[in-house]
Design a protein. Structure first.
Length: 209
């Protein structure tokens, strides 16, 4: 009987020992890459440029984009955005028509403005430096967006993410170079301030999972 009891006791310890050993084995972290699409109805892509001494605002009305993100490792994330050049809107029809021709954006020849991220780095609490290739008029230059992660939440059974990003570019780098002078002063500034307030929705096939 004593031998049988020892056997039963040893057998009872086997599962517990296996669990303990399993807990000691380091398993690699599972990548948590999520895929989102820009919610155009809750996103704005705006800019400002100096006109004499004041700054005149404008925006683009037609755009799309996708974000693949890893909340645990932002360096694995990517951003791709496409803007329809002809959708530029400064609330002044004559000016918008001028902006679409060769003096500025040449929208007929270059119908799309694109941004493709090449690296994303955390630079502080909820702060990111998003570096990528910005293409305007067929000319590609590297720019860095100073971005902030505003948060994640669920709304109408769809997970959403919010971001804000800003950068400044020199329009001459992209041959958006028309200008006029009055008493030696350029009517338009060279630098363009860009601000993006972005809301994105998780893609439906992932949300369902």
């Amino acid at each position: 009987m004593n031998g049988w009891k020892r056997f039963r006791t040893a057998r009872a310890w086997v599962p517990a020992a296996l669990v303990a050993v399993a807990m000691m084995i380091p398993f690699p972290a599972v990548a948590e890459v999520e895929h989102y699409e820009i919610d155009k109805e809750h996103t704005s892509i705006t800019f400002k440029i100096r006109h004499f001494f004041s700054k005149v605002p404008g925006r683009f009305d037609e755009f799309s984009g996708e974000i693949s993100l890893d909340r645990q490792d932002w360096s694995k994330s990517t951003v791709n955005v496409t803007i329809q050049t002809a959708s530029i809107n400064t609330n002044e029809a004559a000016r918008d028509k001028h902006l679409r021709i060769d003096d500025f954006f040449a929208a007929e020849k270059h119908p799309r403005i694109t941004f493709r991220s090449t690296s994303i780095k955390p630079v502080g609490d909820k702060k990111l430096a998003i570096t990528g290739d910005l293409t305007i008029r067929g000319i590609t230059k590297q720019v860095t967006l100073d971005a902030e992660v505003l948060g994640f939440w669920e709304y109408y059974n769809r997970e959403r993410a919010g971001f804000q990003a800003k950068t400044t570019i020199n329009r001459y780098d992209y041959k958006v170079s028309w200008n006029d002078t009055v008493e030696g002063l350029g009517v338009l500034g060279e630098e363009v301030e860009i601000e993006i307030n972005l809301e994105a929705k998780k893609k439906p096939q992932e949300q369902a999972g």
